[in-house]
Design a protein around this ligand. Sequence first.
Ligand code: ARG
Length: 467
Amino acid sequence: MAKSSQATWGGRFGAGPAKLMLRFSESVSIDRRLAPFDIAGSKAHAAMLAHVGLITAAERKAIHRGLDAILAEIAAGKFKWKASLEDVHMNIEHALALRVPAAAKLHTARSRNDQVATDTRLFLKHACAELRELLRLAGRAILAAAEAHADVVIPGYTHLQRAQPVFLAHHLFAWLEMIERDRNRLSAVAAHANWCPLGSGAIAGTTLPIDRAYTARALGFVDERGRPQLTQNSMDAIGDRDLLVEFAAACALTGVHFSRIAEDLILWTSTEFKFADLPEAFCTGSSLMPQKRNADACELMRGKSARLQGNLQTLLTLGKGLPLTYNRDLQEDKPPLFDSFDQTALCAEVLAGVMQGITIYRDRCAEAAGDPMLLATDLADHLVRQGVPFRAAHHAVGAAVALAESRGVPLPDLPTADLRKIHPGFGRDWAKSFDLATALRRRTGVGMPGPAQVRRQAARWRKLLRG
Ligand code: ARG
């Protein structure tokens, strides 16, 4: 057994935990990154204790000064973290105690349970804001690529089969819609995190006359009018990890979107498509095949989405079946939390980098978008304009497609007489349906890929993604 414990809870123990137990139970190797939030929480708590008269102004000052010095030491990489002190909270409190006698009063009316709940909420608010910004920057890179290639048309795909033509910008704006919803989900998580749990204590609050509103205000847990927001049940506040699940879910869904975007890019950059190439800085070669240029950045984005889903699963399972309230199991919430943040942030940055350097091959896009089959539906619409019911029109164009295929000629080259035999509704100007520019111009409705709509969407995104 180790020597008598230095731990803050050591009073009732004759000896400290076994070395193996320390290695097993320490979390400081992971949760030390909560230090800035932990120190902010402690400073607010000390200020509140002074405000209600539980410590003196001089003690508060000493505590603040000590915590500031510790934060500076941590930032400079000089702080000595000790696994024997378990977690970030006890490491900081212990270091403070070595500097400031008043440190012994800091934990008045507080537990590590409401402390870690507070730290986590502060971290989440910060993480959501960071990710929202990184996603905005990725969005801007996508928007810039769309605007630089505003006239490029590509086939849109369903079932990965050529379907109908769209402006490349329309496809890229679909990505922006996905990312914008992800940003909104992160805002919702930040709003849910914006309630202060300090004062919940270990489970049942405190008998001391604390001022919860004071701490909440000091830490920025306020509504848009500056009114403090306090969690309303001490047991729930320290025992629940919903917020982490919500955050991990928002990250996992963002990851699914990254993964779909990555897959589009992998397809577009394959020799078979060659609509685009990724910047060399985001590709790697093969150790064996000298010609290879692999889209590893995109493949990793696709792969990381699995990891983000795993983190969500970990957090869901962690809470399942736990009796109220705090159980040490909950300490395992931090690795998936931090990993979801880190990996989502990285993916957003990589996506921005990839899109900033993307090359679009206009000729290949034009060639693919020139496939007249993409406008078979427009030909059916032509029949509808002549009064033919859509089902009959669809059937007639299907027969025309089959005829063109059997003769080995492009659909627009079929003689009008043969088409009239299929359906008398084919008018004189049926072949005009195959004019790509006209076909796109006809798509005037909101959300459609017509040129006027795409221009409107570009303006909308410029506004939405402005800093
Ligand atoms: N390191 C702990 C965690 O992250 C802090 C809370 C500890 N509370 C306790 N009662 N042991 O969960």
